[in-house]
Structure formats: C-alpha cells, structure tokens
Ligand binder design. Structure first.
Ligand code: ZN
Length: 290
C-alpha cells in the first residue's frame, strides 16, 4: 500500500473540514487517537530556540549544539557529563508541564467517548493531562523510566527522584559520581527506556498496554470509528499512520482524520473517508471543543 498515490486536500477551507470532523465525532462509536511529535510541539515542547537556550546555553557554548536532539546524540566523555545533559533534558521534557493546554483540550474532546490513544511520544503528556492510563499505549517508551543498558532484566525503574537530584546537584556540567545510575541487579549503567534499538525493555506495563490496544481495535473493527491522527510525521509511519490508513480502508464506516500543519495527507483509496486539516493542532482542538 505504501506505493499508492498520496493525496493532499486544498488548505483553503479548513472550516468545512472542521465541521465534517465535528459531525464525525458526534456520530462516532469510538475514537482512536494516534499522536506523534507534532502534538507535543503544538503544546509548546520546542527542542530548539528560546527553550533550548534557557536550559542548555552552557552545552551550546562548549559543543556548538543548536537544539536538544543534537545534544542528545553527542558522545560525552564521562557519565557525569552525559547525565548532566540528560537529567536536564528529562526534567524539562518529562517532569515540567507543557507550556500550552493542548493535551487538556484533547482530553476534553474525547472525554465521555469510547477512546483509546496510541502515541510515539515519550514525554508523558497524556498521563499528566489526566487521560485514563488503561486507554493509553505509549509504544516507544518513557523518558521517566530507566532500564538496564544490557538489559539483564525486563524491568523499568521510575527515575523522577534521581533525575531531580541530578539537576539540583550538578556543577560545571557534571553530576556527582555517586548519582550516576546503575542497574540494581547487575551494576551496569542504566539508560533511558526508549526504543532506539533491540535493547528496548518492554516491561509488564508496556505489554499490557499493547494487549489493550489490540483488543480495543479488534472489538470495534466494524463500528463507526474515527482514527484521529495528530502531528504524526514520517519517522515511524508504520506505527500509527499506515495502520490507520489500512484500518480505515477495511471499514467503510470508519473516518480517518489528520490534523497536521503542512503534512496532512491521506491515500487515494480512502479520500472520501478522510478529513484533512492542515492547521495548528492547538487551534483545531480549540475550535472543535468550542
Ligand atoms: Zn542489569
């Protein structure tokens, strides 16, 4: 299906598309939200610019980074410096609240409905906004969890206390050596529970969420279901975008809706079932919840 024609609608008339989506939401039996990086960006989680400068100007000066991603890839010489960087990164992107209430507006939109969320975001914004944890599958991990780097066990460890300590105690871009996190079982270095390679730990919570998501889709496959895709790009389209297209194609009662500034597309086969909103997600949600 990936070689089929993609189509993009005219961006002139978002109000008609908003009305179509509003109607579809009213009539829907179930809503599946698929969220990517664009949703957190709309919530103000910018990884560059003022937000980067405010927290990483010392790293920027020393290494010449321009955004948080670049800093995240740098091979720091010592674990003390590595964790000075990453503890700040985790703290501001996982433990601080999003600057704009976009997730709250989304919750308002789906509350009272039969919904489920699948997300590639690892910033915990859904949980912080109060989404039902049993209706949430965060496929790529969570900045708020550590795992063994080996890994010697299929376990994850909450990192809030130690991350706050690392942020508070660091000096000259280094954390104290005694705060460098190690696996309680084998003593190897800890790492973030993020899907980067095949060492990603899928703990009990992850596996249960995956099962719930699969069950939700299976038990509602013939219903009037909306696949509401928010800010999903092309880094990992096989997790949300392509499955949403495929499931929409299989169910004539399904609606595929994409809200994505500059990247709202669908494939030709489901064009009539598609609502495409080429606009800011926050603005779209405000209008939809009005
Ligand atoms: Zn271990």
């Amino acid at each position: 299906m990936y070689s089929r024609t993609w189509t993009k609608k005219s961006t002139k008339d978002c109000s008609k598309e908003l009305e179509r989506l509003q109607k579809a939401l009213r009539e829907a039996d179930a809503v599946v939200v698929g969220a990517g990086a664009g949703l957190s960006a709309a919530a103000g989680f910018s990884y560059s610019g003022a937000r980067f400068e405010a927290y990483f100007s010392d790293f920027a000066a020393k290494y010449g980074f321009h955004d948080m991603y670049m800093g995240g890839f740098y091979p720091y010489e010592t674990p003390e410096e590595y964790w000075a960087y990453w503890s700040r990164y985790i703290f501001i992107n996982r433990y601080m609240d999003a600057p704009k209430p976009v997730y709250d507006e989304l919750l308002q939109l789906v509350s009272g409905k039969d919904y489920f969320v699948i997300t590639t975001n690892v910033d915990h914004c859904f949980q912080k906004a109060g989404f039902d944890k049993k209706r949430l599958f965060y496929t790529q991990g969570d900045y708020g969890l550590f795992q063994c780097s080996e890994p010697c066990c299929q376990e994850t460890f909450d990192n809030e206390t130690v991350v706050r300590e690392m942020v508070g105690c660091q000096k000259n871009m280094k954390i104290p050596t005694e705060l460098v996190p190690v696996c309680p079982h084998c003593g190897r270095p800890m790492t973030m529970n993020l899907r980067c390679d095949d060492t990603f730990v899928q703990d009990e919570g992850w596996r249960k969420a995956a099962e719930r998501y699969e069950k939700f889709l299976r038990t509602r496959k013939d219903q009037r279901i909306i696949f509401l895709e928010l800010g999903v790009g092309y880094n990992t389209p096989v997790i949300i975008k392509y499955p949403f297209w495929r499931m929409t194609e299989r169910n004539p009662k399904a609606v595929y809706a994409s809200i994505n500034l500059g990247e709202a597309i669908t494939m030709q086969e489901i064009e009539t079932q598609s609502v495409l909103l080429d606009m800011d997600i926050g603005e779209a949600l405000r209008q939809l919840t009005r």
